[in-house]
Design a binder for this molecule. Structure first.
Ligand code: CAA
Length: 318
């Protein structure tokens, strides 16, 4: 995806002398075991001194990192988290916003970056600890799933500074919480504690602060071990359910389903007894045998030690 007008190629590089605002770990490392997690990338918003506020540079680096991973065959799921103890992201950078004018905002076309995030096909999980406010809440909601700490705080406080959410907040929060609750949260700008957000369906898994990143990475590893074409098709199809009428969504699903069913892994997985099929690095096998019969799988030159037996050899072969 080309950079938006006004964004020179390479614009996402950190200015000289400054550290990158986005840390990319691919493969991600399991914080408990220290093992690399095949197929999973971890992006860390790295401005803890500003509660990971999403200034232009951070957004540029984030979008570029996501688009890079989206076209990287070895990446099958992305986790986004915030550095430091206090925040996922406290919103758009208010200091930068103070200097913006309607004209500069229009020329910069910064909202187009959010559209680029929306178009990323690889699944994205937000691991949220602390504040996820304004643009931070919008970023979490732009992800496909949210794993949140029980001390996380969501909210769209923009109304308190005289603006309204501009990166999907009024739309996604309303779809997630329903009109009654979303109206209250957006019109008052009040914070939404994680427990309340979970009760209203915003959150996929609610865990302790310590468990947040490990749990998000575990979920990502589970998804990364599944046939990637089907995963991408499923993501797209669920998103259509979110965005389209039921009728239009039902028309979309069979086309995507037919396409993903052409993939090799799916053909293999449709073994005589699907209950005994378990996913492997190459797709699926039945009780250690190839699902089409008694033949054993070809020797895998990329085989990893037993501890990593469940991990995938990255490939876009469905
Ligand atoms: N932008 C830039 N800097 C921010 C920031 C933001 N959104 N949020 C926090 N910071 C900075 C603070 O300026 C402070 O830096 P300094 O020490 O250099 O002054 C540092 O992060 C720590 O913040 P606080 O001292 O304010 O910490 P606190 O514990 O007292 O309060 C907070 C935490 C309640 C999250 C408070 O920082 C806050 O209200 N932040 C702003 C939240 C907000 O309004 N977000 C929405 C932004 S608008 C938006 O996102 C636009 C959009 O969708 C269109």
């Amino acid at each position: 995806m080309p950079d938006e007008p006004g964004e020179a190629p390479g614009a996402a590089e950190a200015p000289p002398g400054e550290r990158p605002r986005i840390r990319v770990d691919h493969p991600a490392v399991d914080p408990t075991s220290g093992d690399a997690i095949d197929g999973v990338a971890l992006l860390t918003l790295d401005r803890p001194e500003a509660l990971n506020a999403l200034d232009t540079q951070t957004m540029l680096e984030l979008v570029e990192a996501l688009e890079g991973l989206d076209t990287d065959e070895t990446c099958r799921c992305v986790v986004i988290t915030g550095a430091g103890e206090r925040a996922f992201a406290a919103g758009a950078d208010i200091k930068e916003m103070a200097e913006a004018t309607p004209v500069s905002l229009t020329v910069a076309n910064s909202f187009a970056r959010w559209e680029r995030i929306r178009r990323v096909r690889v699944p994205i999980i937000a691991a949220v600890r602390g504040f996820a406010l304004g643009g931070g809440c919008e970023l979490a909601m732009a992800c496909d799933m949210i794993v949140a700490a029980d001390d996380a705080v969501f909210g769209q406080p923009e109304i308190r500074i005289g603006v309204i959410p501009g990166a999907g907040g009024t739309q996604r929060l309303t779809r997630a919480l329903g009109k009654a609750k979303a109206m209250e949260v957006i019109l008052t700008g009040r914070n939404l504690p994680a427990l309340e957000a979970a009760e209203h369906g915003l959150i996929t898994r609610l865990v302790t602060r310590e468990q947040t990143l490990p749990e998000a990475l575990r979920l990502a590893a589970e998804i990364a071990a599944l046939p990637p074409l089907a995963v991408r098709a499923a993501k797209e199809s669920v998103n259509r359910a979110f965005e389209l009428s039921l009728e239009a969504g039902l028309e979309f699903e069979p086309a995507t389903s037919s396409f993903s069913s052409a993939a090799r892994t799916r053909r293999r997985a449709c073994a005589p007894s699907w209950r005994s099929v378990r996913p492997t690095g190459r797709g699926a096998e039945v009780d250690g045998r190839h699902p089409h019969g008694n033949e054993r799988r070809r020797p895998d030159h990329h085989a990893r030690p037993a501890r990593r037996a469940q991990r995938l050899r990255p490939s876009h072969e469905g």
